[in-house]
Write a protein that binds this ligand. Structure first.
Ligand code: 7TS
Length: 416
């Protein structure tokens, strides 16, 4: 693997050299060197991932789990190797509990639909939080509607932290599942998911963790968390789009009906009755995104080579620096000031619409996201139309932040 990370002693990570692994970061945007601060939406890809996918299509492609011939077996081996990489990435006890899905949205829909059909009854409750992405709201609304169940919401304070006393009050014998994000995509808040899981388990309630924003930034350990379900997207962890992981405890996955029917998920099929394949295949109907799975495996190898400790440290430094520097600009308002935060900064500039600020930044080559970030109920709770959001990854540096700060100052001058 050609990772530009290690020094001669194989110890210190040189994050400046890491940037060279990402071809897209070398390009311009609007005639300026790109400053990519939208990794929360989707991160860029190292050459190692691009090469792995090219190599698969060039040299290894065949359908998986069905051919007797060598090529198909090679493709199957590469595919299943990625499952083991994903298993170790989240410390899942067994490969059977690691399902390939198309992304976080798909993972949550799978659980909401399948768990919902089996376990949700009229009058039951599903507990989510006020800072969920639409993909951890709408599937539960749909499941509740089908069952006649009710959606309940853990409120937050103005800093963007969950009100845990309210959670204690909301959790009760009618609660059938809790679904919360590990890190908020709009605010960067790191939620106390371990505590949530402990409390839910104390009354026998399973918990789904939406890890879309956590997997790129921190070590995920589903056993330490004791999560019942944990899901994340490949494209946010420096892998390809169209692929993601859903971890589910075997006891739940075995008890749940299949989500999709089709090839590969059956054990036997007659017109009268079909029996289902064992885990994980029961939940993986049809030809999967094989290149995506292989690309995700490569991305996991790449991230692990750098290591979560180094990533976390570098990103915290960037977050602290950006927070300090942005706060110095008069008229800036940070949205989301939780004590425990990951590398996301949402803000507003007094008297300016987020879209206008984003447009000026774009002209300067700076990519940020503006709007509601698929968290409309959260924006409503905070009383803002949307925010300007800068989200960092380990390939960002202080120079990127300096350019952002200069860009915001310029936007302020132009818009006031
Ligand atoms: N959950 C969270 C917390 C997210 O941040 C996102 C995507 C999703 C779920 C859905 O992931 P997907 O890969 O299935 O689309 N968040 C964002 C974002 O913040 N900007 O663009 C996508």
């Amino acid at each position: 693997m050609t990772i530009n990370t290690l020094n001669k002693n194989n110890t210190i990570i040189d994050f400046e050299k890491i940037r060279a692994d990402f071809p897209l970061l070398q390009r311009d945007m609007n005639g300026k060197p790109i400053v990519f601060l939208d990794s929360g939406a989707s991160s860029q890809k190292p050459q190692y991932v691009i090469d792995a996918m090219n190599d698969y299509y060039t040299n290894q492609h065949a359908n998986v789990h069905r051919g007797v011939y060598r090529l198909s077996q090679e493709a199957t081996d590469a595919f299943e190797k990625s499952r083991r990489l994903a298993q170790h990435f989240i410390n899942a006890p067994s490969e059977k509990e690691v399902l390939f899905v198309s992304g976080t949205t798909d993972g949550i829909n799978l659980v909401a639909s399948s768990y919902g059909r089996k376990f949700l009854k009229e009058g039951d409750e599903v507990l989510i939080s006020a800072m969920e992405h639409h993909s951890n709201i709408v599937p539960w609304q749909m499941a509740c509607e089908l069952a006649g169940a009710h959606l309940k919401v853990i409120p937050i304070n103005d800093e963007g932290e969950l009100l845990m006393e309210e959670f204690d009050q909301l959790l009760n014998e009618r609660t059938k599942i809790v679904a919360v994000n590990h890190i908020s995509n709009s605010l960067g808040t790191i939620n106390p998911v371990k505590e949530i899981i402990e409390k839910a388990h104390a009354i026998g309630v399973p918990v789904l963790v939406d890890g879309a924003q956590a997997a790129p930034h921190m070590k995920i350990d589903v056993q330490a968390l004791d999560a019942d379900f944990y899901t994340f997207s490949g494209h946010k962890v420096f892998g390809p789009t169209g692929i993601g992981i859903l971890y589910g405890k075997e006891k739940w996955l075995n008890a749940m009906p299949p989500y999709k029917g089709g090839g590969d998920m059956i054990e036997t099929c007659t017109f009268e009755k079909t029996t289902y394949n064992e885990l994980p295949h029961k939940f993986e109907a049809g030809t999967p995104d094989i290149a995506g799975v292989i690309g995700l495996g490569a991305a996991i190898e790449y991230v692990q080579q750098i290591g979560h400790e180094a990533i976390g440290q570098h990103e915290q430094e960037l977050l602290e620096y950006a927070t300090t520097e942005l706060k110095k600009i008069e008229g800036i308002r940070l949205i989301g000031t939780a004590k425990n935060k990951a590398s996301v900064i949402s803000f507003l500039l007094d008297g300016s619409h987020p879209y206008d600020v984003g447009t000026i930044l774009d002209k300067l080559g700076i990519a940020v996201r503006t709007g509601h970030h698929c968290t409309q109920p959260l924006m409503k709770r905070l009383g803002v139309p949307g925010t300007i959001r800068a989200s960092f990854a380990f390939y960002n540096n202080k120079e990127d932040i300096d350019k952002l700060v200069e860009g915001v100052k310029r936007a302020k001058r132009m818009l006031s």
